[in-house]
Design a protein around this ligand. Structure first.
Ligand code: FAD
Ligand code: SIN
Length: 522
């Protein structure tokens, strides 16, 4: 068993930022980060566009950023949260710079600012088209300089330890005491007893086979919190990014950043028609929900599997300076962006909902905090404004840190039971896991996509029940493996997405159910 003051699950921007801040403040306290892959593997690492921050108060203003965020969220944002996050942006950016992150500047030394869908101004701070890679690099470097942080890569958090696991009179109801963790190299499950636990486990993209997210995005934190009976909210608001590179063979699809449209690229349908002006006066720079739904409508009309992103009218020289990675990825796939249009299609990208937290990042379970993409803060409402996610993670990591500075850590006096896997055996049921995973992903793609309806959602719930039973049976009988735990988590997450979709009776932002359109008679 490991005993620690702070357990951080996840090593993306949310987990690392909190770990660095708290470790710097309390050098005598211990911080343990568990992360299920290599230490840098995360959604953060692949972030392209950048961080939305008002850095130039002459041209831009907090008021405009707030207005854009609220408009994108389609009436469901928490306005207080929006104001707080936007206004704190510049300070949090300063910290990132102090930790050594580099962002592009223009010849005058000011930040070179990008623009993305839904933004009324140029305000996206970026490091070429690999912003997340740069942030992750800087944060990990700082983590390794701090002696009171221990980082455990290839360690998978299976479940939170809560009062349900413990029989002791000092145990408090609805309280978290750490987590059971699988060492993926040895197969050994051990306890981490923690005074405070932070879920920073990122997104759920892999629930849909076709996603911009890397393989780690299996919604583990949300599923763990759900099983621990934390409140989970707004799961119906899955954000589909409009422009993932169309690649029939790829599981995770390479993203063509929205910043490319901010740079002037056009969306064209299969006939070559530039269709976005037909849907929204902001054309290609309408918010993401609108662009994805418009592409979906074009695909349904044409029956084709993709539309195109046309960059042929842009300066190749400038494109290569701003988007070297996108240029290289296209080139490697024999797409010459100077002559060829890039085939693109929407793909699952981001979850606006998640584990409900208050402004301090507290979940509905004591000693349990959530930050970053796995959390639901109220910032995004029904649809996230581009590049507000990295910003949200920075601001909430800071708020959780502030909470811990002001409040003493609880003392845990009792023992925590060992992981109990009596009666389980090592099963070699990879085929069962793979089959159920494929079925789950197909179900989500076909029945719970950009445009939903009640009939398909109800069918999806029924089919999911069958998968759920099969996976739970296997889980009860088997020694745990990462693949099995991830599948179990994805089934939980899929259930939440479908059930909360059925519960929503009106269309908002990224949620569109064709049965919710009012039929006007006469
Ligand atoms: P992640 O960065 O995903 O980190 C999660 C961590 O948790 C990982 O280390 C993972 O291994 C670990 N983990 C998960 N489950 C477990 C478990 N059971 N046990 C142990 N460890 C676990 N947002 C922007 O604001 N601007 C952008 O430009 C932008 N571009 C994007 C481009 C792409 C291709 C993608 C996929 C997303 C982009 N986003 C962008 C969204 C943004 O990157 C993410 O929302 C954000 O990075 C999430 O950070 P996080 O720390 O919450 O989670
Ligand atoms: C992108 O670069 O298009 C992604 C930005 C985001 O998800 O916020």
């Amino acid at each position: 068993m490991i005993v620690t003051n702070y357990l951080v699950i996840g090593s993306g921007i949310a987990g690392l930022t909190f770990a660095v801040k708290i470790a710097e403040k309390f050098p005598e306290r211990k911080v343990v980060i568990v992360t299920k892959d290599s230490e840098d593997e995360s959604n953060t690492k692949y972030a392209q566009g950048g961080v939305a921050v008002v850095s130039d108060q002459d041209q831009d203003s907090f008021k405009k950023h707030i207005k854009d965020t609220l408009r994108a969220g389609d009436g469901l944002c928490n306005e207080e949260v929006v104001k707080m996050v936007v206004k704190e942006g510049p300070e949090r950016l300063e910290e990132l710079l102090l930790w050594g992150a580099n962002f592009d500047k223009d010849s005058s030394g000011a930040f070179s600012l990008g623009k993305e869908g839904g933004h009324s101004e140029y305000r996206i701070i970026h490091h070429k088209d690999v912003t997340g890679f740069e942030i992750e690099r800087a944060l990990l470097k700082r983590v390794h300089q701090l002696e009171n942080i221990e980082i455990l890569p290839y360690h998978f958090a299976i479940d939170l330890i809560t009062d349900h696991h413990i029989t002791d009179e000092n145990v408090k109801p609805e309280t978290c005491y750490g987590a059971y963790v699988l060492n993926q190299k040895t197969g050994y499950v051990f306890r981490i007893k923690a005074d405070s636990t932070l879920l920073a486990t990122g997104g759920v993209g892999k629930v849909y086979g076709h996603t911009t997210n890397p393989a780690i995005a299996t919604g583990d934190g949300i599923a763990m919190a759900y099983r621990a009976k934390a409140r989970i909210k707004d799961m119906e608001f899955v954000q589909f990014h409009p422009t993932a590179l169309y690649d029939v063979e790829a599981g995770s699809s390479f993203l063509i950043s929205e910043a490319v449209r901010g740079f002037g690229a056009y969306l064209r349908n299969i006939k070559g028609h530039r269709f976005m002006p037909d849907y929204d006066e902001r054309a290609e720079l309408a918010s993401r929900d609108i662009v994805s739904q418009s592409i979906d409508s074009e695909l349904k009309k044409s029956g084709e599997p993709h539309v195109y992103l046309d960059c042929t009218h842009l300066s190749l020289k400038d494109f290569k300076v701003h988007f070297p990675n996108i240029y290289k990825e296209c080139f490697n796939r024999h797409i010459d962006i100077e002559k060829d249009w890039i085939p693109v299609v929407p793909a699952s990208h981001y979850l606006c909902g998640g584990i409900k937290v208050n402004k301090k990042g507290k979940t509905t379970i004591k000693n349990l905090f959530a930050c970053g993409e796995c959390s639901r803060t109220g910032l995004h409402g029904a649809n996230r404004l581009a590049s507000n996610s990295l910003l949200e993670a920075l601001v909430y990591a800071h708020n959780i840190y502030k909470y811990h500075c002001k409040n003493d850590l609880p003392e845990i006096k009792f023992d925590i039971p060992k992981w109990n896997d009596d009666g389980t055996v090592i099963t070699e049921e990879h085929i069962l896991i793979q089959h159920n995973l494929r079925e789950l992903q197909a179900l989500m793609r076909d029945y719970v996509g950009i445009v939903r309806n009640n009939r398909r959602l109800k069918k999806a719930i029924k089919r999911l029940d069958v998968i759920y039973q099969e996976v739970e049976d296997l889980y009860r009988e088997s020694k745990v493996t990462t693949a099995l735990c991830e599948l179990r988590n994805m089934v939980n997450v899929a259930h939440l997405i479908i059930q909360q979709s059925l519960d929503r009776k009106e269309n908002r932002g990224g949620y569109f159910n064709s049965d919710n359109i009012e039929v006007v008679v006469g």
